[in-house]
Design a protein around this ligand. Structure first.
Ligand code: 6A9
Length: 777
């Protein structure tokens, strides 16, 4: 009946692509650009992996046996429980070179990746990886530690069979391990060169699933160990195998060079030799040098900071670029509640999409997140504006006909295998901050101020010209679906207003998850951060349209929207509390809310649960929590430099009893009633105290701005700026050298890294802070 038809239409609408030419089809992303980025370390979820930017690629990867307390453990997918004391790219240029160091107990592994396009190479060129294994000196006499077991594999996602060079692998004769052929690259070969005392074994499998390769290898090793008491693959494979695993065993120190060459019609031997042995040593040396000089050219740290900090700066950009992945698959989109289907089955699949993107954290969140990506690009665009545009293009192409982009991108079986079921579905009613505008606005500004070469400027302009219709639709999506009751107000839709468990219902879509909002979600709400994001979007659209058309209607429209949203008087009427001197959300709110243990009724045995108690009737009012959200008008630089309110904001920032710590600014004021409070029994505080780098970077940018423009608080802003900057750098650098990692957040009492480790997403913005590179425009 009618209901079914309506449901059908909703279903198909949400998974209908935005009807406009795709950005990734622009000429600037074809030809050399596309080919030069074909192969890469685009599998950030494994310790080392290579694939091409194509939906069903030939993929390569590395496993090894780690040893702990006399037992062997298989390492492959980045897992915190492996307890590597350190790993990550110390250098990576996002294109044809990367160097990674991994420390697993007493063993240090190095993986160096390099790509070349030689005469005779097939599409995408050739690549090589040098694997090096060293032991800690103190353990030289430990028997078990003296052998290294590496497993290097190739798997064809397209199902093409891979051929083994011969049944008995002995690399002293020929270095050829395997060969095959694919439509994209033609014929290819895989070679291994190393010292002679190295043993090579292999095993072949045929399976369409590559997300469980570690299990496959582990099971086979277990069988071999049981039957023959040896740690050795079976040396069996047949003609149909689409996965080949090569075991490389040798005494440590061990070094092995693996070369992959395609287009094997000509000059194969020469190319293999240039990608192995001494030639490879020289090539890698050259690439390391190039990385260092480009790093210095882009960020100019040499006379600004000590070498300890520079190491961290390099790890920041190296991991940001080395963490870039390519994913392919279909998101699962939640459908409106229906009584017929269980909620996790009530979804429809997005169209098959590809995504080239950086990721926040290789072990914990190795996939794309919309608002994280805008921050990532703030850094990446300084290094390589083409990679930056390519990534933004991929994201904008994910937009549906309504102008919506799914927030978290879980594409393909490997990505899905890392995500608990309750987090998989994406909600088409929920947004995520449009941070991509942060970098787009900077790019437009750069074009207008002639900061790019003529070619780059043209490319950026043609990118923006094609992107415009999507960016406008994105703006419209927010402007219609996230608007508030009063004109010019907005709130994050989708908060749960019937919860009995959450101390304060979360707003995941804001990106600030448990940051406290009005206690009782309602249509009356006005969220300050969203208002400022809308200003960013309107202002960016204004300057983009200005590039193409002067005096047009729509340029004027965005101009007046931006003007309205940045109007100081209106902002103060809607969001300012003179008593606190602070900006706040508005909504149906009471401070008198708490969680208490209650007996669970209807159980045979007594159990307790934490239930929310509301001790006072909520009323419409400003929501008095000082924290990151209160600083959004400051971050967007709306406050006039001569206003006393600016002085007030500087008070909040610099006050130790409120936001200031020696390690950066807290997410929520110490004085807030929800400071460091759990949200539910299972939900520890997240954005209720700890220090986050993305927000600190934005606040620091604004401090920098106010320390440059004339006004009575210029000097004060400068003093606070310098101190905050050195606190942030000092703490991240200290934690990195102490723990081996960049962290997701930093504890506000001791500065200790917290949450996901090896979090090289927005925490890497510390490099922009070192370089004092802040958004302009
Ligand atoms: C959980 C659990 C193995 C939370 O950095 C990504 C996001 C941010 O966008 C957001 O602002 N992080 C921040 O509040 C991490 C979110 C992870 C959600 C999925 C799956 C898997 O654990």
């Amino acid at each position: 009946g009618l209901v079914n038809t309506v449901e059908e239409t909703q279903r198909s609408r949400v998974v209908t692509p935005f009807p406009a030419p795709k950005l990734i089809d622009l000429p600037m992303f074809q030809g050399d650009h596309k080919e030069s980025l074909y192969w890469g370390t685009y599998r950030p979820h494994v310790y080392f992996g290579v694939r091409a930017r194509t939906p069903r690629s030939l993929v390569a990867g590395l496993m090894w046996l780690g040893v702990k307390d006399g037992r062997y453990y298989m390492r492959h997918v980045c897992q915190d429980s492996d307890e590597l004391s350190k790993y990550g790219w110390t250098q990576h240029n996002g294109r044809d070179f990367g160097h990674q160091v991994l420390v697993d107990q007493d063993m240090t592994l190095a993986t160096s990746f390099v790509k070349t396009k030689g005469e005779g190479s097939g599409y995408g060129g050739d690549w090589a990886v040098r694997l090096g294994v060293q032991n800690e000196e103190s353990h030289w006499n430990n028997q078990m530690q003296s052998s290294g077991y590496l497993f290097f594999y190739l798997a064809d996602e397209d199902g093409n069979a891979l051929s083994l060079s011969k049944d008995k692998l002995d690399i002293s004769g020929s270095s050829l391990l395997a060969f095959g052929s694919r439509l994209d690259i033609g014929d290819w070969q895989l070679h291994l060169k190393a010292k002679d005392d190295l043993e090579v074994h292999y095993s072949g499998f045929r399976t369409p699933h590559i997300h469980n390769l570690s299990d496959l290898v582990q099971e086979e090793l277990a069988v071999q160990a049981r039957m023959f008491n040896r740690l050795q693959l079976s040396d069996t494979s047949d003609d149909s195998s689409n996965i080949l695993i090569f075991q490389i065993s040798a005494t440590i120190p061990l070094e092995a060079d693996i070369a992959f060459v395609s287009g094997t019609g000509s000059r194969v031997e020469e190319r293999v030799s240039s990608l192995t042995g001494t030639s490879l040593t020289n090539l890698l040396k050259e690439k390391r040098g190039e990385f260092d000089s480009k790093f210095e050219k882009c960020f100019n740290l040499a006379d600004k900071l000590d070498s300890e900090s520079v190491i961290v700066g390099k790890a920041a950009i190296g991991n940001m670029l080395g963490g870039i992945g390519y994913f392919y698959g279909q998101s699962k989109i939640s459908l409106p509640k229906s009584s017929k289907v269980k909620s996790h089955e009530n979804f429809v699949s997005y169209w098959p999409t590809e995504l080239y993107t950086a990721v926040p954290s290789r072990p914990f969140f190795p996939r794309g997140f919309l608002w994280d990506e805008g921050f990532h690009q703030l850094l990446i665009r300084h290094w390589d504006v083409h990679i930056c545009l390519d990534i933004i293009g991929h994201w904008l192409d994910l937009m549906n006909v309504d102008g919506w982009i799914p927030r978290e991108q879980i594409l393909g079986a490997e990505a899905l295998s890392k995500v608990p079921e309750e987090f998989v579905l994406q909600y088409p009613t929920n947004g995520n901050p449009p941070t991509l505008f942060l970098v787009l606005r900077e790019l437009v500004y750069g074009v207008k101020k002639n900061k790019f070469t003529a070619t780059e400027s043209n490319e950026i302009s043609s990118f923006l010209e094609r992107a415009l219709v999507r960016l406008e639709a994105w703006f419209q999506w927010f402007n219609t679906t996230q608007s508030g009751k009063e004109m010019g107000t907005y709130y994050w839709h989708g908060r749960d207003n019937s919860t009995t468990r959450e101390l304060n219902p979360k707003s995941l879509s804001s990106g600030l998850d448990d940051y406290p909002r009005a206690s009782h979600p309602s249509e009356e709400e006005r969220h300050l951060d969203l208002r400022c994001w809308m200003l960013l979007a309107a202002d960016s659209l204004h300057s983009i349209t200005e590039l193409f058309e002067s005096g047009s209607e729509r340029k004027k429209r965005y101009g007046s929207t931006a003007k309205l949203l940045s109007d100081f008087e209106i902002l103060n009427q809607v969001h300012f509390d003179p008593a606190y001197g602070a900006y706040f959300d508005f909504g149906n709110h009471t401070e008198k809310v708490r969680l208490s243990w209650k007996e669970k009724v209807g159980n045979n045995y007594p159990t307790r649960e934490l239930i929310r108690e509301v001790l006072e009737r909520p009323e419409l009012r400003l929501v008095p929590h000082i924290g990151y959200v209160s600083l959004f008008p400051f971050m967007e630089k709306i406050i006039p430099p001569e206003s006393w309110i600016l002085d007030k904001q500087l008070d909040l920032i610099s006050n130790r009893s409120i936001l200031w710590t020696d390690y950066g600014l807290r997410s929520l004021a110490k004085t807030s009633t929800l400071y460091m409070k759990r949200n539910t029994e299972h939900d520890p505080p997240y954005w209720r105290g700890p220090i986050w780098m993305n927000m600190n970077y934005r606040i620091l940018s604004a401090l920098h701005h106010y320390s440059q423009v004339n006004g009575p608080y210029k000097h004060r802003a400068k003093v606070i700026y310098s101190e905050l900057r050195s606190n942030l750098i000092g703490n991240v650098v200290h934690n990195y050298h102490q723990t081996g990692f960049l962290w997701e957040q930093y504890d506000q009492t001791k500065g200790k890294g917290k949450g996901a480790r090896l979090f090289t997403g927005w925490t890497s913005l510390v490099l922009l802070i070192m370089a004092e590179a802040y958004a302009e425009g």
